[in-house]
Structure formats: structure tokens, C-alpha cells
Design a protein around this ligand. Structure first.
Ligand SMILES: C[S@@+](CC[C@H](N)C(=O)[O-])C[C@H]1O[C@@H](n2cnc3c(N)ncnc32)[C@H](O)[C@@H]1O
Length: 238
């Protein structure tokens, strides 16, 4: 949390969150077959426990995030601090959240801190699968992944990324994907839906990427129970 977050709506600055594997499964409505069909990318992975859980199932997972450029121990400390910050934000904005996946604030904090531990262990054991990179220019070949998951960056931080940055970001996720790019949620941390979603989908269609909005069996930010699924199989130059 290096900058003055008061200039931003909702949660403010982009924090390094840590969502556990089962939260990813719910957010992206994942089934084992989705994870085992080919290489999977989590972008941005932050300090999430997704790679740890998916690897245990036998998935071939790569995590990418700009924060992997710094020392690992400091990142783990930051992720724990940001997790507590996020829990405090939920406590202070109860109208924004719905309970179901998490039972209460303590459950939220415990499971998110558990995800930091899973991230810590997985990155120590599989350091080469945690790659430094940022949208809109990822360090991967075209179609390197069969499935790309992207949670809580685009759509969620509207003061950090404008509409052109969203289009560039989604096109880059699609470039490295031969199958589905799944993005969640489509609301920000004030519960506001991303207002340019229809235009984004038209622009993606114009370059060959079909898309659909699919409901998922998960909601934490109220109204946030849809994911955007983009067809990454289209030709890059379309
Ligand atoms: C809220 S976290 C989400 C992490 C994880 N997907 C989750 O749901 O817990 C947002 C992450 O986006 C990363 N980030 C910030 N700018 C980025 C960019 N331009 N490209 C990719 N990741 C970025 C941050 O470092 C941070 O770890």
C-alpha cells in the first residue's frame, strides 16, 4: 500500500490478495477436467493458493504477477498485511458483501491467511512456476496455455485501468491462450458493474474473440456472480 489510496474508489490501491484454491474453483466454476486439459495460467496470481491446490490435482500451473520481481519473504509479509487490510475493509463495508462462501469475518481472514501459507509453500517448492510479468505484455508465447484465469484485477480496479487498458489486457490474456480466458468478477469493490463491458465485448468480437457472460456458484462482492469467458482460440491478427 505505497500510495495515497484516498484518490481511488472502494478498496483503493491494488492489494496483493490471497484466495484459496476452493475459492478459485467456485469463482471460475472449475471442474477437474478444466484443470487437467492442458497448461493453466493464473494472471495475476498475487499470493493466491490456486497453484498449490491445482498442482496437487496434477495440473500444470504457472502463476504470473509483477510482485514476483521482489524478495519472496517480503512479499509473504506484504500479502499477510494486505489480507488483514482486506478483512478490515470487509468489516467496515458490510453492505458490500454477501456471506455464503465465507461464513463470517473470522472465516474470511482464516481462509485467506491459509492461502498465503499455501502460496508460500508452493512458491518455495516450485519457484520456476512463478513468473514476473504484467499486463498488457506477458512473457509467454502465443497459445502457451489451454486455460487462463484472471481474478480481481481488470473490472475490479476501474481507477487504475481505463477502457483501452482493459481491451489491451484481455487481448493479451487471449493471445497466450488456446482455449478459454475466464475473468472474475465483473464488478468493482463498490459493487459497481464495469460500465464498458458491452463495448469491450464488441471490440473483442471485432478482433475475432467471441465471449460470453457466465453465472458462477459464488458471490462475495454483492452482485459479483458472473465471469467473462473469452475465446482465446481466435487468430492473433484478426
Ligand atoms: C487483488 S490481487 C488478485 C490476486 C489473485 N488473482 C486473487 O484473486 O487473490 C491483484 C494483483 O494484481 C497484480 N497486478 C497489478 N498490476 C498488474 C498488471 N498490470 N498486470 C498483472 N498483474 C498486476 C498485483 O501485483 C496483485 O498481486
Amino acid at each position: 500500500m505505497g500510495s495515497d489510496a484516498s484518490q481511488y474508489r472502494g478498496l483503493g490501491d491494488i492489494i496483493v490478495t490471497a484466495r484459496p484454491f476452493d475459492e478459485y474453483v467456485a469463482m471460475f466454476d472449475l471442474h477437474d477436467a478444466d484443470l487437467l486439459a492442458g497448461p493453466v495460467l493464473d494472471c495475476p496470481a498475487g499470493a493466491s493458493g490456486f497453484a498449490h491446490g491445482a498442482r496437487a490435482l496434477g495440473a500444470d500451473v504457472t502463476a504470473v504477477d509483477p510482485v514476483y520481481g521482489g524478495p519472496h519473504d517480503a512479499l509473504v509479509v506484504r500479502a499477510r498485511r494486505d489480507t488483514v487490510f482486506g478483512n478490515d475493509y470487509v468489516r467496515g463495508n458490510p453492505e458490500t458483501y454477501s456471506w455464503g462462501f465465507f461464513t463470517d469475518l473470522d472465516d474470511h481472514l482464516t481462509r485467506r491467511l491459509g492461502a498465503v501459507d499455501a502460496f508460500d509453500a508452493d512458491r518455495r517448492a516450485n519457484a520456476d512456476r512463478y513468473v514476473v510479468g504484467a499486463l498488457p505484455a506477458l512473457p509467454f508465447e502465443n497459445d502457451a496455455f489451454a486455460l487462463v484465469l484472471s481474478s480481481h484485477l481488470l473490472f475490479v480496479y476501474p481507477d487504475h485501468f481505463d477502457a483501452p487498458a482493459h481491451l489491451a489486457g484481455v487481448r493479451e490474456l487471449a493471445r497466450v491462450c488456446s482455449g478459454e480466458v475466464r475473468m472474475f468478477p465483473l464488478v468493482d469493490t463498490t459493487t459497481a458493474p464495469w460500465p464498458h463491458l458491452d463495448q469491450l465485448r464488441r471490440d473483442l468480437e471485432g478482433v475475432g474473440h467471441g465471449s460470453e457472460v457466465r453465472q458462477v456458484p459464488y458471490e462475495f462482492i454483492r452482485g459479483g456472480n458472473d465471469m467473462l469467458v473469452v475465446d482465446g482460440s481466435a487468430s492473433l491478427d484478426a
